[in-house]
Design a protein around this ligand. Structure first.
Ligand code: SF4
Length: 395
């Protein structure tokens, strides 16, 4: 009598934010069933420990390799690119369809003839959630609620799909250690969510059409703007806040005297409030400035002392950017006609290489930024200084 196969198809990886969806089509050989001992071990994959799942998986794989296999199965993987192109429902259907077609080829001795017409399929069982119809078959699948069904083939297929997918995770986890994939198996966790803070953290395995990932990709890039040469920084704030998720960082550690520092800081805060931009205040670090510029007191502006001063400001800003996980940063140092932007850019690149942050090489001298900032401060009655900042420039 013709053997009839009962086929179950299941998937793993429908919900995760990244990676492929894995489908498994499975059937037991009706003429050579797996041992009772193995069948008694197979259970709902969620009720089994990871170790138990792996053991059953290994046994099922071995039995499928026998000359007269006791188990037939086929696994098909559809990657995140197709999931993003066609949506998860269609991608899942494709994974299941291919797993089923390949399985039928395996059990059907006449691959050119549709196996169901040969009468070798008893039934194709599929979760009611995946109520697909496969064009290759004239037999409609039976839709079952799998957690109620208590069918061993169902559990076996889901164990294979899950273990197969978990094995992929281990590979991806070694490529992306920061994602902690081994802990959350691609699903949402706080750690995964915390990791996805900026666009560049979206990897090539993320599903970019999934809401949380899409949200990250649609958000403005974060930018930390170092504020210097106040009040010429006003227009960079006005212009950059539309394009970026902007945070201003006030770090002018050597303004002399302290009264002048406070005056400039007050003006800076006023502009941030007008423009509704968040800001951070760095420390007043004049002692450090004096230590760094010892013996350079009499250097003219733009020379060695100023280089030390740029270095201090850039280094401190890059540390802040790193601490806040803001990938892009820049400085308004370049706006002043008295500053040497080439030296600033050279220092900048050195720091970026070290910290793997990305700089925006903006020369604020261009595009009338300086002229516009004078107009802005006049209009809004913002204090304007008449010297660079340190005691030497004042003298
Ligand atoms: S002149 Fe300006 S840039 Fe040069 S050290 Fe003084 S504050 Fe810094």
């Amino acid at each position: 009598m013709q053997k009839k196969y009962k086929i179950w198809i299941d998937e793993a990886g429908r919900g995760p934010w990244l990676g492929p969806v894995v489908a498994c089509a499975l059937t037991f050989n009706p003429g050579n069933l797996p041992s009772k001992e193995l069948l008694s071990k197979i259970n709902d994959s969620k009720k089994l420990s990871e170790k138990k799942r792996e053991e059953i998986f290994e046994e099922l794989v071995k039995l499928s390799l026998w000359k007269n296999p006791r188990v037939y199965f086929w696994v098909w993987i559809v990657d995140n690119y197709l999931i993003d192109q066609v949506n998860i429902k269609k991608a899942n259907k494709e994974a299941m369809r291919r797993a089923l077609v390949e399985l039928l080829r395996k059990i059907n001795p006449h691959p050119r003839i549709l196996p169901n017409k040969e009468g070798i399929i008893d039934s194709i069982l599929i979760d009611w959630n995946d109520n697909y119809i496969f064009d290759e078959l004239d037999k409609k699948p039976v839709y079952v609620i799998w957690w109620d069904a208590k069918i061993i083939e169902i559990w076996a297929a889901s164990i294979i799909a899950k273990v197969f997918r978990d094995k992929l995770i281990i590979t991806y986890a070694s490529i992306y250690p920061d994602l902690s994939l081994e802990n959350h198996k691609w699903y949402w966790t706080k750690k995964h969510s915390d990791y996805l803070t900026w666009k560049n953290k979206v990897t090539w395995i993320h599903r970019i059409t999934y809401k949380p990932v899409k949200k990250v990709l649609e958000q403005k890039e974060k930018l930390l703007l170092h504020i210097c040469c106040w009040p010429d920084s006003t227009i960079p704030i006005v212009d950059l806040k539309d394009k970026y998720d902007l945070t201003c960082f006030w770090y002018d550690p050597n303004i002399h005297p302290k009264k002048e520092y406070d005056k400039r800081l007050k003006a800076f805060k006023k502009v941030c409030e007008i423009e509704q931009v968040p800001y951070i205040i760095g420390e007043y670090d004049i002692e450090n400035f004096f230590t760094n510029t010892k013996w350079l007191e009499n250097c003219p502006e733009r020379w060695e002392r100023c280089e030390k001063c740029y270095d201090m400001r850039l280094t401190r800003t890059s540390i802040e950017a790193k601490k806040l996980e803001i990938q892009y940063w820049t400085t308004t140092l370049t706006i002043s006609p008295h500053k040497d932007e080439k030296k600033i850019f050279t220092l900048w690149e050195k720091l970026n290489l070290k910290d793997s942050l990305e700089f925006l090489k903006l020369d604020f001298k261009k595009n009338d930024w300086f002229k516009r900032s004078i107009e802005y401060t006049k209009k809004n009655k913002i204090y304007r200084q008449d010297y660079c900042g340190c005691v030497y420039s004042k003298n």
